[in-house]
Ligand binder design. Structure first.
Ligand code: SD4
Length: 333
């Protein structure tokens, strides 16, 4: 029997569209409808480069990143600058300063960055530092390691000149006190508890880099690490192929190594949107997904982009030379 992967490869060689392949592999009208919508979501490639793309409605972050590229900066500098906008925003309660705390009331941050040369740096469970992405960059650039965690990450940050700060804002403290009344742990599906920024940029030289930063799931168990700082899960970049990033329930993304999977599917010929959809399908085939949100966003070397989520409500921001716009991702449900 022909294996699915061989089928995709063979079909690609025969010039059969990936949409048609996925339609064949996934039965049902819903799938077919989703596939036809996928086509309209891909961009027109090269003329749109350079570009910046990020999860959720992070237009200001995209703009900041794009300004770096416009000034002849690199994609890695662009994403580092871009994601610092929500990190510093007290009203963004899923990222950096103002992030919602864990069950003990501590704000703990996860972040990673990956450049076009395949370098990667990450911090996990970092407290008291407003810009974990900048610390992740230092881990990448200044150490022989790829990931530092907890107090070690904090000590490293302080040694690099970062300032120790209180990250719990009044608003997040109030929300936490409210939560303590029931201490019920029920992550909500979309915006309320998910606003993590995963950003991918393609610079003027055509090089790709990405960054991902979050305060993780609100009221998580102390010590919990999500997908966002983990290479291949929350973010993956391969400068020859493209990049992918994730938002939503990190446990589901981690179990399926979603971002790496998407890049590999693109390597095998799938469009970014179809690859994101396939990564979502891997999750929903294995676990109950009714109350679960995962959203994937991907871009290939040509600048085609796509996204797919389990639930409706996932949006992403795209910035090119022409405009910044927020686009609704299509979803399985
Ligand atoms: C996590 N993926 O820590 C993150 C949460 C998230 O928007 O995406 N929030 O699991």
């Amino acid at each position: 029997m022909i294996k699915r992967r061989d089928f995709i490869k063979t079909s690609a060689a025969l010039g059969v569209s990936t949409t048609a392949i996925l339609s064949a592999c996934n039965s049902g009208d819903k799938m077919l409808a989703a596939n036809s919508k996928l086509l309209s979501q891909s961009s027109d490639a090269q003329e749109k480069l350079p570009l910046v793309i990020s999860t959720w409605n992070n237009q200001a972050a995209n703009q900041a990143a794009f300004d770096v590229i416009k000034n002849k900066g690199t994609a890695v500098d662009a994403v580092e600058v871009g994601v610092q906008i929500p990190e510093a925003d007290p009203n963004d309660q899923s990222v950096g300063y103002g992030g919602r705390p864990d069950r003990e009331g501590n704000v703990t941050l996860d972040a990673c960055i990956m450049d076009s040369k395949g370098n990667y740096g990450a911090v996990t469970y970092l407290q008291h530092i407003k810009h974990p992405i900048a610390v992740a960059r230092k881990v990448m650039d200044e150490t022989p390691h790829v990931m530092l965690s907890g107090d070690g990450a904090l000590q490293f940050a302080l040694s690099q000149g970062f300032k120790k700060e209180e990250l719990l804002t009044e608003k997040s403290k109030e929300d936490y006190k409210e939560w303590l009344k029931t201490s019920e742990y029920k992550p909500k599906v979309n915006i309320e508890l998910h606003d993590t920024i995963g950003m991918i940029a393609i610079d003027g030289a055509g090089d790709i880099s990405g960054a991902c930063t979050t305060s993780g799931l609100a009221y998580k168990l102390p010590g919990r690490i999500g997908d966002s700082p983990i290479i291949g899960a929350g973010l993956f970049v391969d400068n020859e192929i493209g990049a992918a990033t994730a938002t939503g329930m990190g446990e589901a993304v981690l179990r399926s190594v979603g971002s790496f999977l998407i890049v590999e599917l693109m390597r095998n010929g799938l469009s970014p949107a179809d690859a994101c959809k396939e990564a979502v399908m891997r999750i929903i085939q294995k676990q109950s997904y009714k109350d679960l949100q995962v959203g994937y966003l991907a871009v290939n070397k040509q600048g085609e982009y796509g996204a797919f989520a389990i639930q409706p409500g996932f949006v992403f921001a795209l910035t090119t030379n022409e405009e910044t716009k927020v686009i609704d991702a299509i979803s399985y449900l």
